[in-house]
Design a protein around this ligand. Structure first.
Ligand code: ATP
Ligand code: MG
Length: 754
């Protein structure tokens, strides 16, 4: 499969073409072995291994194991199994950050010798205090100017174990006034008197991520270090460490948006909590978004690959709809799952005119017409069968095409039957049904002139197998679990698993672990490893009903990027009546929508920004919309509790859009940059030259160029095809790197086209 390109592949393609690193491409996938991999990791694995393959390079598998207290060899083994299962091979290139401890230590001594690192005795709390606030410089540590000798001596004693945990750290000596908080003398080493799963008790100081990661990349001669957006502000430090240590190989970090999926949770901390509190059966519980869980549920590696390809790779933050994943799974299973019959809620049906003791073996193809596969099995038919309780209604509505008194229905692959009698038990509950069958309809054909609208599945009572069927549903009952400060455990779906004892057709006696089936009219099922001879266990991978296709219209295959379902503003929907008093007051006072008021009032960080912006004279409405949509999304995606800028700075953004200086798209870029650097919008616009090209001269030149380059398109326009204007506008905007105001371009274009 060739991957569609994306900004990272484009960048690497250009690097290769330019001969960077002699055209060599080396990526890495660097999990910390503190949990199982999840579908978000699959996105990163597909990206890193996929790029290595595409460019004839290699991808390393590296355990980013620098935290002794959370890591475990069980996780290493699980990670390796999952990466292999996804279809990727690292060959000789398995690495451990813990193998670099000695080299990392030596480079740290080197930094001390160069006067670029020092041992600091501030407590963690004091260090936080000294770091200062965004927009205000921090204070220098009183230990910052220790001599090289003293620092070396102390660092060596740290290593020897002479100090207590938390009593000191090794810090980089950079700049306590840097606008990037990450650069305010970040810690590089901390003391941990803990046993490490690989290095045992050899060390009691451990390097921090920002120090160990970039150097590991350098040691392994990684060319492109791809990570998720939350590391964007750490890039400056990444580059600083590589430069300051003077390691010969310089890798480059590029960030992309992490995958977020609705109706589930994806942080390893939360997944671990589910496992430890036994809210699921383990890391491979089919409700978990882990690779192991998806595998056990019956999701194939091909479906995961297809999903990763459809969601694409970009920088903008969004939540992918779970319905898209389910849709892709269904498409994949449709082609590989033979159709069989199972009755999940059995109710007995006596076919009173069918000869007692007789058994017919009916031929039943495994595949529907639209799957180009052959094969069939025999299903036994007899006088007593089971059908699903839900396929019978005593008083049906008009469009109910299943069983009801006096009505005819087709039994799949068998006969048309008529419901004659309903037998109840002492409580008045349905006990069984009595039907007659029509011998002329063998195989399911209706008699000439008659239309039998409904077809239902069934199994012969005497021949059916008992099976345990585990019906899995989504892990969480809301789109964004844990939103608005709730404990995500409150959002777990209480009905995420129901177990039923089903009756299934006898051909399933040969069902072996790992096989996929479609239970007709029910869903796709997968044989669970708990299956024992004569006691099959099936997991529902996914139901048949496709929520995604309904959502986007069935006609065309869907690209997730084409229809992003953006992270919804926080809380569940509802009208103003359900607002908290604080939200209600906010909505009324500033004429905000209920959703805006709810989101802003639910997070103190947002409320503070709102107030700050108003105090600085900003208009309430645009700020509220910015906060409730974009700011909240950035905060979540970056896992921040608080934005690194104040309300006054945020208040400068909407006027830049209103005046036409920024398009809404550029405004989003500026906002993202504000999150990275904590700078004010105007500074960012100026520095990055981000403002729209509204200078008519520049646009005129660009339009003229595009028209000159595309004589065919111009000819089509002149021949009366006005539709091509859109395409031309697009070309002009692209030639101006997206920085042109479409309205201005349109006007100038029309003028030049005459
Ligand atoms: P978590 O936040 O769930 O603990 P993590 O990022 O800490 O995840 P790591 O083991 O450090 O987990 O992740 C290994 C790699 O996978 C990193 O490069 C990380 O950026 C990437 N990754 C983790 N989660 C996602 C995700 N949801 N989407 C894409 N990539 C991800
Ligand atoms: Mg991590």
């Amino acid at each position: 499969m060739t991957e569609p390109s994306d900004f990272i592949r484009d960048m690497i393609g250009a690097d290769v073409a330019a001969g960077l690193h002699d055209g060599r491409v080396c990526t890495r996938f660097p999990p910390e072995p503190n949990g199982y991999l999840h579908i978000g990791h699959a996105k990163s694995i597909h990206l890193n291994f996929g790029i290595a393959k595409q460019f004839g390079g290699v991808c390393h598998l590296r355990m980013d194991d620098t935290n002794p207290t959370t890591e475990d060899p069980e996780y290493v083994a699980a990670i390796q199994r999952d990466v292999r299962w996804l279809g990727f091979e690292w060959g000789q290139n398995m690495f451990y950050a813990s193998d670099y401890y000695e080299r990392l230590y030596e480079l740290a001594e080197g930094l001390i010798q160069k006067g670029r690192a020092y041992v600091c005795d501030l407590t963690e709390a004091d260090m936080g205090e000294y770091r200062g606030k965004v927009g205000e410089p921090g204070k220098e540590s009183p230990y910052r100017n220790r001599s090289v000798e003293e620092n070396l001596d102390r660092f060596r004693r740290m290593r020897k174990g002479e100090f207590k945990e938390g009593s000191c750290t090794l810090r980089a000596k950079i700049d306590m006034a840097s606008p990037n908080m990450k650069m305010r003398d970040p810690p590089l080493y901390r003391i941990k008197h803990a046993h490490h799963y690989r290095t045992g008790d050899a060390w009691c100081i451990y390097p921090l991520y920002d120090y160990a990661h970039c150097l590991s990349d350098s040691f392994e001669k990684i060319t492109h270090s791809l990570c998720t957006m939350e590391f964007e502000s750490a890039r400056e430090l990444y580059d600083w460490v590589v430069a300051a240590t003077e390691v010969p190989h310089v890798p480059r970090q590029t960030e992309f948006a992490r995958l977020n999926l609705s109706y589930t949770v994806m942080s390893k901390r939360r997944l671990l909590e589910l496992v430890e509190k036994k809210l699921v059966r383990g890391w491979d519980d089919p409700r978990m978004p882990t690779i192991a869980g998806l595998r056990r549920r019956g999701v194939t590696r091909e479906a995961i690959a297809e999903f990763c390809s459809r969601i694409g790779v970009a920088k903008n933050l969004s939540i992918v709809d779970m319905a898209l994943l389910e849709h892709v799974i269904r498409e994949d299973l449709n082609q590989r799952s033979p159709r069989v019959m199972a009755v999940l809620k059995p109710i007995e049906v006596l076919i009173e005119n069918y000869p007692e003791g007789e058994v017919e073996q009916l031929d039943a193809p495994y595949w529907p017409h639209d799957v180009p596969k052959e094969g069939s099995r025999k299903v036994p038919f007899s006088r007593t069968i089971y059908v699903d309780r839900d396929d019978f209604l005593e008083n049906p509505p008009k469009d109910f095409h299943r069983l009801s008194p006096g009505k005819r229905v087709r039994l799949r692959h068998a006969y048309v039957v008529t419901c004659k009698e309903v037998i109840k038990d002492a409580n008045g509950d349905l006990a069984r049904l009595v039907c007659t069958y029509d011998p002329a309809t063998r195989g399911g054909s209706a008699p000439a002139g008659e239309k039998v609208a409904g077809t239902i599945q069934w199994v012969s009572a005497a021949h059916a197998l008992d099976a345990e069927v585990r019906i899995y549903d989504r892990l969480c009952r809301v789109e964004s679990p844990g939103d608005g400060g709730r404990d995500f455990l409150e959002d777990l779906n209480p009905d995420s698993l129901s177990v039923v004892q089903a009756k299934v057709e006898p051909s399933l006696s040969s069902a072996a672990e790992g096989q996929h089936y479609q239970f007709e009219r029910v869903g796709f099922f997968f044989v669970d490893p708990d299956t024992r001879p004569g006691a099959p266990v099936f997991n529902r991978t996914v139901a048949l009903k496709d929520g995604w296709a309904k959502l986007v219209g069935k006609s065309e295959p869907v690209k997730a990027e084409a229809k992003p379902r953006e992270a919804k503003a926080a809380a569940p929907k509802g009208d103003a009546k359900e607002l908290t008093p604080a939200a209600k007051a906010l909505a009324e006072q500033h004429a905000l929508s209920a959703d805006e008021a709810r989101v802003i009032s639910s997070e103190p960080a947002l409320a503070a920004l709102f107030e700050g912006a108003l105090a600085a004279g900003a208009a309430a409405k645009p700020i509220a919309s910015l906060l409730a949509n974009d700011v909240v999304r950035e905060l979540r995606a970056r896992r921040l509790e608080k934005a690194p800028f104040d309300g006054a700075a945020l208040g400068e953004l909407p006027p830049l859009v209103a005046s036409g200086t920024l398009s809404t798209k550029l405004a989003k870029e500026v906002l993202a940059e504000m999150f990275v650097r904590g700078a004010r919008p105007a500074e960012i616009v100026k520095e990055k030259g981000l403002s729209q090209v509204s200078d008519a001269g520049a646009v005129e030149a660009a339009v003229a160029q595009v028209l000159a380059d595309n004589p065919d398109t111009v000819a089509r326009y002149k021949a009366g095809n006005a539709n091509v204007v859109g395409a031309l506008v697009g070309m002009v905007i692209k030639s101006l790197q997206g920085r042109a105001n479409p309205k201005v371009v349109n006007e100038i274009l029309k003028k030049q086209l005459g």
